[in-house]
Design a protein around this ligand. Structure first.
Ligand code: ZN
Ligand code: FE
Length: 260
């Protein structure tokens, strides 16, 4: 199995570096400079790039890395990505440094967004974050919820490598949604200790996310109540009853998070 380590970029992005001996892949190289520096420092050869979605902070370094190393570039077919060599739509199985990697379509943040899953590790891009989820720039709440549920169905011990260090602010929101959730309280302490020590809060496990990420907990009574109290629940009001569907609760808390 390849080794995984972060290359910090911009203010809060993680470019994930996968290595097997001197062979390397990177996930979402938004900036080439820190990747080139790391490859040179560690004597690595870049064989490939995985792209989750088209935003500049995820693909901005591709052209420069391609010119230097001619890597294979796996990227969403539905989105415009510089230099794609393998266009993917989800459902494919690709080989990365000797590992079979499943490609999962997770529309919501963008419509072509992909996640990559290899035995026990998930690269979730801007779809599933530590204790949060990406903004809905292109997709609908129903699409994003279905994407998150697809990821949540992977094994509990799966390590979640997302693309941003947003966990502490996401946890503050999680506390606002579920003040009495002890998994959230424990995670606040754990993440504060990691961040104080200058360490990433990523990866988490899917089990931790299911226990403390409000966007994976839209069927929980406490989350439903918080959504009803703090955010207008959109959707039909059949016979005077409030819509408490998971989709409506998800849309309400996602909207609340946007202004939190
Ligand atoms: Zn993005
Ligand atoms: Fe991003």
């Amino acid at each position: 199995m390849f080794k995984i380590s972060p290359i910090p970029a911009f203010k809060d992005n993680y470019i994930w570096l996968l290595t097997l001996g001197s062979r390397a892949f990177v996930v979402d190289p938004g900036d080439a400079a820190p990747v080139l520096a790391r490859l040179e420092a560690d004597g690595l050869r870049l064989e490939g790039i995985l792209i989750t979605h088209h935003h500049a902070d995820h693909q901005g370094g591709v052209a420069e890395l391609k010119a230097r190393y001619q890597p294979v570039i796996f990227a969403p077919a539905k989105e415009s990505i510089t230099g794609t060599t393998h266009a993917l739509s989800g459902g494919e199985c690709i080989e990365v440094l000797g590992q079979m990697v499943q490609v999962i379509a997770v529309p919501g943040h963008t419509l072509g967004h992909l996640a990559y899953y290899a035995s026990g590790v998930l690269f979730s891009g801007d779809t599933l974050f530590g204790a949060g989820c990406g903004r809905l720039f292109e997709g609908t709440p129903a699409q994003m919820l279905a994407s998150l549920e697809h990821l949540a169905a992977l094994p509990d011990e799966t390590l979640v490598y997302c693309a941003h260090e947003y966990t502490d602010v996401n946890l503050r929101f999680a506390q606002a949604v579920e003040a009495a959730n002890s998994a959230v309280q424990l995670r606040v302490l754990k993440v504060a200790a990691l961040r104080t020590a200058g360490l990433p809060s990523v990866p988490s496990t899917l089990a931790e996310e299911k226990a403390s990420n409000p966007f994976l907990r839209c069927a929980e009574q406490a989350v439903i109540e918080a959504a009803l109290q703090h955010a207008p629940i959109q959707g039909d009001c059949v016979g005077g009853a409030v819509n408490r569907s998971k989709e409506a609760v998800f849309a309400a808390i996602r909207g609340w998070r946007n202004t939190f």
